[in-house]
Design a protein. Structure first.
Length: 101
């Protein structure tokens, strides 16, 4: 199972990608909210939270590496990479709304 994430505004659609549910606890710890809580946020609002989460992940890699799923589906590196991609999309499309399904 995975989260599918995109940004949408009227008919303009920007696919960000998908990420495994197994990283949910890591995203929640870094963001301070579950990843699904970004759903409906404008890119300009979500980008602030995501930027803070990226800084948190980068400043404490051992803390987050310890949250790697034991089944091997997802990792600290993949979570960080996904958030970086989502951040860029939000910055480039600040009026689009984040969609997390």
């Amino acid at each position: 199972m995975s989260y599918d994430v995109c940004l949408i505004r009227k008919k303009a659609y920007v696919m960000v990608g998908d990420t495994t549910y197994n990283l949910g606890p890591m995203y929640a710890k870094a963001l301070g909210i579950p990843l699904r809580a970004l759903d409906g946020m404008p890119g300009r609002v979500a980008s602030v939270l995501i930027n803070e989460a990226i800084r948190e992940l980068e400043s404490k890699p051992a803390k987050f590496d310890a949250l790697n799923p034991p089944n091997g589906w997802g990792s600290y590196e993949s979570a960080l990479g996904f958030l970086r991609t989502l951040y860029v999309a939000c910055v480039e499309h600040p009026k689009h709304r984040v969609v997390v399904t």
